[in-house]
Design a protein around this ligand. Structure first.
Ligand SMILES: [Zn+2]
Length: 103
């Protein structure tokens, strides 16, 4: 164990203090539909492949799956869970299923 700092406000969180780990998975939600902007799907596919070749391996992986991890203090955890996108609204569903914590 070691000391941490809140990733939002920078509060010092010494060993043993109340802190929260936020794990975010960003997963590509591909629905199987590829929008064609031209009448030539083969040419469009070729352009997509060329665009992919210009990206480095990490960028390509991040386009499909990305994990982010943060440490928050108690105050920032409350604010984040109420309004993660800073919209000023409380419109987000919360999951009460604690079994998900231990997968
Ligand atoms: Zn904080």
């Amino acid at each position: 164990m070691s000391d941490h700092f809140c990733d939002k406000c920078g509060e010092y969180l010494p060993e043993g203090s109340l802190k929260y780990s936020v794990q975010i998975q960003i997963i590509s939600d591909f629905d199987g539909v590829i929008m064609c902007e031209t009448d030539d799907p083969e040419m469009e596919a070729q352009e997509m492949l060329e665009a992919a070749e210009d990206m480095d391996e990490q960028e390509l992986e991040d386009e499909v799956y990305q994990e982010l991890s943060f440490v928050l203090c108690s105050r920032c955890r409350k604010r984040f869970s109420r309004d993660p996108f800073s919209h000023g609204a409380r419109t987000y569903r919360t999951t009460k299923n604690f079994e998900r914590m231990f997968h």
